[in-house]
Design a binder for this molecule. Structure first.
Ligand SMILES: [Cu+2]
Length: 513
């Protein structure tokens, strides 16, 4: 595999003794070069400006370049900048107006991941913005305080566009969050942590999909970026810091922990606070998922956030598929160095109770819908059930892989898979007969996880979610209710958030009527 490694990969790992982590870990001291030389970039915070009774945000998608490594220029896309976008801060109940100007050379979109919005404002594949045009979604924020995000969502092109940089964080505040005494000073003790993995070519360009593995597992990079920073460190100035963790990778799940095994308190999942903080030492985040954690640094000891390597239990057999799936998640990464100052400002104690809004009752559910997530490895998979089923031209082929479907169908623009009555409480039963985990995301809703293979979810999954991991062979039931907006013509999406799967058909459309 050495031949596939880029020069940059070799450089970026040259001073690192650890590339796979199994509980043994040593931190370099003394004469060692600084392994985390770069101060963590904190994306600009945009709070909008008042205009005609709404809070207005201006976002410009642009084609630029970024220096991730000294002296090496990488062509990138960004929003109001060269890579990624500003953090948008919204307040519940505010009317907002967002001007999205596309100065890129191709069609693009911005989707507000996790937000309740009218379908026409969702920023999915039906709301593409042509080069040179401005799109102006306007909606009222109806949202629990939490960490959300926004990213490109063009049909078949979400993977490459997000990889190129079209993503950013979105923070919502509400009365509950304002009333909680928790770290909330953006960039000081309330830190955005946008985690991505990338592959670079020797000339500095991103290397997106260059092998069969990338189509199966989703792109797996060898270099970590946090907020677009390679080898980042954060100087901690308070006793406790709140990290808003966002997995904005195309395909990789991160298994987060700290080098010294310290615990942390998880306070929020995708769509709101948990009922109370949960003490944890490990936290897995699949693409699209978020978690807010509070880390105690009052011991003033430097510590690193890492992603742990996993030992694969996927069966070993002859053929490429087994080795590809066995390699998944077996690489560990160092993500961010936390470096406490000698003087730390006092932080509030972590409250014992928070404010969870997960209050739907399964007895209210009026129907169950079933969704089967599948990956085809034959020359043809999916059955002939009409539009969207079977092989889609130009996207499968090769080894026959990459044929992704939900209920035997692949995403097509003119086929509506589901129609949901506004206000109905429903159970969606998500099953996975493929050999790997898929993070399933539903637009325009925050749901509750009822059970996994019949067992109640762990405490960290009992808050509001919009993206849920469905493991191989697993059946996950979620409880949801679409509120506020109906539209008989414009659909929302549900899909796997491994962007290479989404782009190859593992997506469907639903109307709320
Ligand atoms: Cu998937």
């Amino acid at each position: 595999m050495i031949s596939r490694r880029s020069l940059l990969h070799a450089i970026s790992l040259s001073s690192v003794a650890v590339s796979s982590w199994g509980g043994r870990f040593s931190v370099a001291h003394g004469q060692q070069p600084d392994r985390f030389p770069n101060p963590l970039n904190i994306p600009e915070l945009l709070e909008g400006s008042q205009r005609d009774g709404a809070v207005e945000f201006r976002l410009r998608l642009q084609d630029q370049s970024t220096e991730f490594f000294p002296g090496v220029t990488t062509p990138t896309w960004g929003i109001n900048g060269s890579y990624l976008g500003p953090t948008l801060r919204l307040r519940n109940n505010d009317a907002v107006s967002i001007l999205v100007e596309n100065s890129l050379p191709e069609h693009s979109t911005l989707h507000w991941h996790g937000l309740h919005v009218p379908a026409i404002c969702d920023g999915g594949p039906h709301q593409v913005v042509a080069p040179g045009r401005v799109w102006n979604p306007q909606f009222t924020v109806r949202q629990q305080a939490s960490t959300y995000w926004y990213h490109s969502h063009v049909l078949d092109r979400t993977g490459p566009q997000v990889y190129q940089g079209l993503a950013g964080m979105l923070i919502v505040d509400d009365e509950a969050s304002s009333g909680l005494d928790i770290p909330s000073d953006y960039g000081v003790d309330d830190i955005p942590i946008i985690i991505q993995d990338k592959n670079f070519n020797t000339d500095g360009t991103f290397r997106y999909i260059d092998q069969y593995d990338d189509l199966i597992t989703g792109v797996q990079g060898d270099t970590i970026l946090v907020n677009g920073t390679t080898w980042p460190h954060l100087t901690v100035r308070t006793e406790r810091v709140r990290l808003r963790l966002l997995n904005a990778a195309n395909g990789r799940t991160f298994f987060l922990a700290f080098t010294d095994g310290r615990s942390f308190q998880m306070i929020a999942s995708d769509g709101g606070f948990l009922g109370s903080p949960i003490e944890m030492r490990n936290l897995s985040l699949a693409p699209g998922e978020r978690a807010e954690i509070i880390v105690d640094c009052s011991d003033r000891q430097p510590v690193n956030l890492i992603s742990q390597a996993r030992i694969s239990d996927y069966p070993e057999y002859q053929g490429a598929m087994s080795s590809i799936l066995r390699r998944m998640n077996t690489q560990g990464f160092e993500i961010l160095a936390l470096r406490p100052d000698t003087d730390l400002a006092p932080s509030p104690l972590i409250p014992s109770a928070l404010v969870s809004a997960a209050n739907l009752d399964p007895d209210q559910a009026v129907r169950t819908r079933r969704f089967l997530l599948s990956m085809g490895f034959g020359m043809r998979s999916g059955d002939n059930r009409g539009p969207g089923s079977g092989q889609r031209n130009g996207l499968g082929g090769g080894y026959g892989g990459g044929n992704y479907s939900i209920n035997g169908r692949r995403m097509v623009m003119d086929y509506i898979n589901e129609t949901v009555p506004l206000g109905d409480v429903e159970i969606w039963e998500l099953a996975n007969n493929s050999p790997m985990t898929h993070p399933f995301h539903v637009h325009n809703v925050q749901f509750q996880i009822l059970d996994r293979n019949g067992s109640p979810p762990p405490p960290e999954e009992r808050g509001l979610k919009d993206t849920v991991k469905v493991a191989s062979g697993e059946t996950v039931r979620i409880l949801l209710q679409f509120q506020f907006y109906s539209d008989p013509e414009n659909p929302y999406m549900y899909h796997c958030h491994i962007l290479e799967h989404e782009d190859r058909g593992m997506m469907g459309q639903f109307l709320v009527v």
